[in-house]
Design a protein around this ligand. Structure first.
Ligand SMILES: Nc1ncnc2c1ncn2[C@@H]1O[C@H](COP(=O)(O)OP(=O)(O)O)[C@@H](O)[C@H]1O
Ligand SMILES: [Mg+2]
Length: 170
């Protein structure tokens, strides 16, 4: 079974994937597989342009976890969408050294549920689990994810509303 762990940058994918790995689970870092599919740089957005369709089509499915903000584009059996309240996400991304515009772009995408919406375009709700890493620490998030993979934690999505960030700049 392939479980995708997706989410806006800064929501905790790599941290939680590291915990799963240390517990002996098989984890693929999607970002390490996009190399051949990089078309170029997008200097305005300070990011790489990836041929996402070609990457997803070429990806060999794994029995384990796939971590990355494009993981929900893969033919996963289940998908975990990590979330973070946008103002907290801003703090995490500033600490990572992201430039102001990139911080704002990612926080707005998080407030607009962009990755959740993309995920639900492809996956039925009963295959999706959202976790709020604003309140759930990494170890507990890892517990929820292994429980979801095992079928003991039920699917859940659509519980977070961070539109206030857009309205009030919170
Ligand atoms: N569940 C969590 N609770 C609090 N802070 C977290 C949590 N998960 C990650 N973080 C912190 O958020 C930052 C970004 O985490 P990271 O795992 O690199 O995110 P991503 O891989 O999604 O970009 C790090 O500073 C990390 O320590
Ligand atoms: Mg990461």
């Amino acid at each position: 079974m392939m479980i995708g762990i997706t989410g806006t940058p800064g929501t905790g994918k790599s941290t939680i994937a590291g915990i799963l790995e240390s517990r002996g689970h098989m984890v693929v870092r999607a970002g390490e597989t996009v190399g051949p599919f990089v078309l170029g740089d997008d200097p305005a957005r300070d990011t790489k342009i990836v041929d996402e369709e070609a990457w997803a089509a070429a990806f060999t499915p794994v029995d384990g976890f796939v971590e990355g903000h494009l993981a929900h584009l893969l033919p996963c059996d289940r998908v975990v969408v990590l979330r973070c309240r946008p103002d907290v996400l801003e703090t995490r991304l500033v600490a990572r050294g992201y430039a102001g515009a990139k911080v704002r772009e990612n926080a707005e995408a998080e407030a607009l549920d962009v990755i959740l919406v993309e995920t639900l375009e492809t996956f039925e709700r009963d295959r999706v689990l959202e976790i709020d890493t604003t309140t759930v620490p990494p170890n507990e998030a890892a517990d929820l994810i292994t429980g979801f993979a095992a079928g003991t934690v039920p699917p859940s999505s659509g519980s977070f509303d961070w539109s206030a960030y857009l309205l009030e700049g919170l």
